[in-house]
Design a protein. Structure first.
Ligand SMILES: [Zn+2]
Length: 83
């Protein structure tokens, strides 16, 4: 996949740290699988992963977290065990 941000690099599978901010809350999710540009570092998440990242952020914000740091992999296990 060609990077649409810099138009030069190629996006390759990798792990990124996603930071989401809403109001007073900051949610940081580490080791999220993504396509990462080898030129500019821009990353692209699949729809499925974006949905999971946003869902996890919503839960943390609803719980009143000001700063929440988590790992994506741990969340996946959590989903499987809860459902
Ligand atoms: Zn790029």
């Amino acid at each position: 996949m060609k990077c649409v941000t810099c138009n030069h690099g190629k996006a390759k599978p990798g792990l990124v740290t996603v930071t989401l901010e809403r109001d007073e809350s900051i949610v940081i999710i580490k080791k999220v699988p993504a396509e990462v540009c080898d030129n500019c570092g821009e990353y692209y998440l699949s729809d499925n992963i974006t949905a999971q990242v946003l869902q996890r952020a919503e839960i943390a914000i609803d719980n009143g977290a000001e700063v929440e740091i988590m790992r994506y992999a741990a969340y996946k296990n959590y989903i499987f065990s809860e459902r």
